[in-house]
Design a binder for this molecule. Structure first.
Ligand SMILES: [Zn+2]
Length: 292
């Protein structure tokens, strides 16, 4: 038989524990060394209505809207890199079920289709732009939704909306060259110093354009094609980047350590596979929260 006083004390302790558990703030704050947040990031590129154009990087605008609606119905709340960085610095909290919506390459279809869909739902997105393409479509008259990229005035408008966070996808490294150059990766045999100088010049040029045209201070480098060289990281850090987006299809388990923000994984969303299917495959469907 248990001593009555002990039982009472036990009950009080249990009640206190329950109170702490139930009353703890829903948003999460980093706790050193412990996985605190599960952050899935979705990666989109191009939206077109014409189904014959759909492929691993082009989906219907309606499918993007349906993805967002499913995420919102599951309680996911889209966040920006700014919010993630504030949380990582211990200056802010994250929603209970954070998700990040990212669009790469700067297609005009983002301006035309994705932006209104995001605005209707008041959802923010991260838009990683290629500088050379923005320059090209600012200069040339010829625009067509099937291939155009946003011009700088369009990017200006997106940035001013407060809903679209512009990030750096390089000025002109979004190419495969016969020389062996593949995105921002070091070419085999290229001296490290030459590589690092080349990277800094290109990415720095894009930083200045984002600042001058849009007043945007990009915090994140989005690796073209997800091609990475270890020698890139010190350059990006030296330039002041706080994070990098890769194409590794994995959920980010974040502890609050700033270093983990340089290898953020993302799930590409191809035509024919919904966000829901991607989340189910990643073991995320039906999750109560992003907190581990
Ligand atoms: Zn890209």
């Amino acid at each position: 038989m248990t001593h009555p006083a002990r039982t009472r004390r036990g009950a009080v302790t249990l009640a206190a524990l329950l109170a702490v558990f139930l009353l703890r703030p829903a948003p999460t704050t980093p706790v050193e060394g412990t996985p605190a947040v599960r952050l899935p990031i979705l990666m989109y590129h191009h939206l077109l209505k014409d189904a014959s154009r759909h492929n691993p990087y082009t989906i219907a605008p309606a499918d993007f809207a349906a993805d967002l609606d499913w995420l919102l119905s599951e309680g996911y709340q889209p966040i920006t890199m700014a919010e993630l960085l504030r949380w990582s610095r211990g200056e802010g909290s994250l929603p209970l079920k954070p998700v990040m919506i990212t669009f790469d390459d700067g297609y005009e279809s983002f301006y035309e289709y994705a932006w209104p869909i995001l605005r209707e739902r008041n959802c923010p997105a991260v838009f990683s732009v290629i500088g050379r393409e923005a320059d090209r479509y600012t200069e040339q008259e010829d625009h067509h939704i099937s291939y155009s990229h946003c011009s700088w005035p369009q990017l200006q408008e997106l940035a001013a909306s407060g809903l679209v966070e512009l990030q750096n996808h390089s000025y002109d490294l979004h190419t495969y060259e016969q020389s062996g150059q593949q995105g921002a990766k070091r070419v085999a045999g290229e001296p490290v110093e030459r590589y690092q100088g080349r990277l800094e010049e290109d990415v720095g040029r894009m930083q200045r354009l984002l600042r001058d045209w849009c007043g945007a201070e990009a915090t994140t480098f989005t690796y073209p094609f997800g091609s990475i060289s270890p020698e890139a990281l010190p350059v990006l850090q030296e330039m002041g980047f706080s994070a990098a987006l890769t194409c590794r299809g994995q959920v980010n388990l974040l502890t609050g350590d700033p270093a983990e923000l340089y290898t953020l994984g993302r799930f590409n969303r191809p035509a024919g596979k919904t966000a829901r299917q991607i989340f189910e495959e990643a073991g995320l469907a039906g999750e109560e929260s992003g907190v581990k």
